[in-house]
Design a protein around this ligand. Structure first.
Ligand code: PEP
Length: 253
């Protein structure tokens, strides 16, 4: 069974609610004919409601950028799975490298957030990826193995089929340096092999693995053309309707 390409825009800490409404309205008009790519935008929490309302009835879905694992309680500043669900969110990014780098995210907290998302019926996008010195030191596979093992601990094969993995080499995020399609494919292939060892080949063959890291309209086609690359998690290029719509169109396999 072919895996449907998924392109998700991670807006990070950009776009007010007013700006989110405009961006989603522009985007949905530009991509309304596209059915072969799943399209997701992930605004900051305060802009989710505006994005959900603007995207209603279109082929643009809305995701969040983080989630807390507790159902509710004394966790100042945090947002629960149920709150996201109630706000109309469908996807949630978990373990982005910026969360790992600046906010102390670990494989253990990734795993807790992942379980909370699944329990609430949210679709998780779990981010993994190596730092530049880890790649240069030849440790990429070991780093990815550890992130997969820890982040996906206790997850069943059935649950895994609904989880998207985003492979984002940290050295390529927001730097303009993209992994070559061949380099990315080699790593995606390794990730799928590991998923096969963990969950069986049949499940691994169904899991969508996105690439992320300076993906743009002009390099999307060559990346997504690779056998094991099933879409992209996009930062900078998702902030303008034109560039994001072009990227989505160029990702049609
Ligand atoms: C990201 O934030 O996940 C990302 C890939 O950013 P960029 O596309 O800007 O490199």
């Amino acid at each position: 069974m072919a895996r449907k390409v998924i392109i998700a825009g991670n807006w990070k800490m950009n776009k007010t609610a007013t700006e989110a409404k405009v961006l989603v309205e522009e985007l949905k008009a530009k991509v309304k004919d596209i059915t072969s790519v799943e399209i997701v935008v992930c605004p900051p929490f305060t802009s989710i409601d505006a994005a959900v309302k603007a995207a209603a009835g279109s082929n643009v879905k809305v995701g969040a950028q983080n989630i807390h694992w507790a159902e509710n309680g004394a966790f100042t500043g945090e947002i629960s799975a149920q709150m996201l669900k109630d706000a109309g969110v469908e996807y949630v990014i978990i373990g982005h490298s910026e969360r790992r780098q600046y906010f102390g995210e670990t494989d253990e907290t990734v795993n807790k957030r992942l379980k909370a998302a699944l329990a609430a019926g949210l679709k998780p996008i779990v981010c993994i990826g190596e730092l530049l010195d880890e790649r240069e030191g030849g440790h990429t596979q070991k780093v990815l193995f550890t992130q997969l093992e820890g982040g996906l601990s206790g997850i069943t094969g059935e649950q895994m089929e609904g989880i998207v993995i985003a492979y984002e080499p940290v050295w390529a995020i927001g730097t303009g340096k993209t992994a070559t399609p061949e380099m990315a494919e080699e790593t995606h292939c390794y990730i799928r092999q590991q998923l096969g060892d963990m969950f069986g080949q049949e499940v691994a063959g169904k899991i969508r693995i996105q690439y992320g890291g300076s993906m743009k309209a002009d390099n999307a086609a060559s990346l997504v053309a690779q056998k094991n690359i099933d879409g992209g998690l996009i930062g900078g290029a998702s902030l303008k309707a034109d560039s994001f719509a072009d990227l989505i169109r160029n990702s049609i396999k």
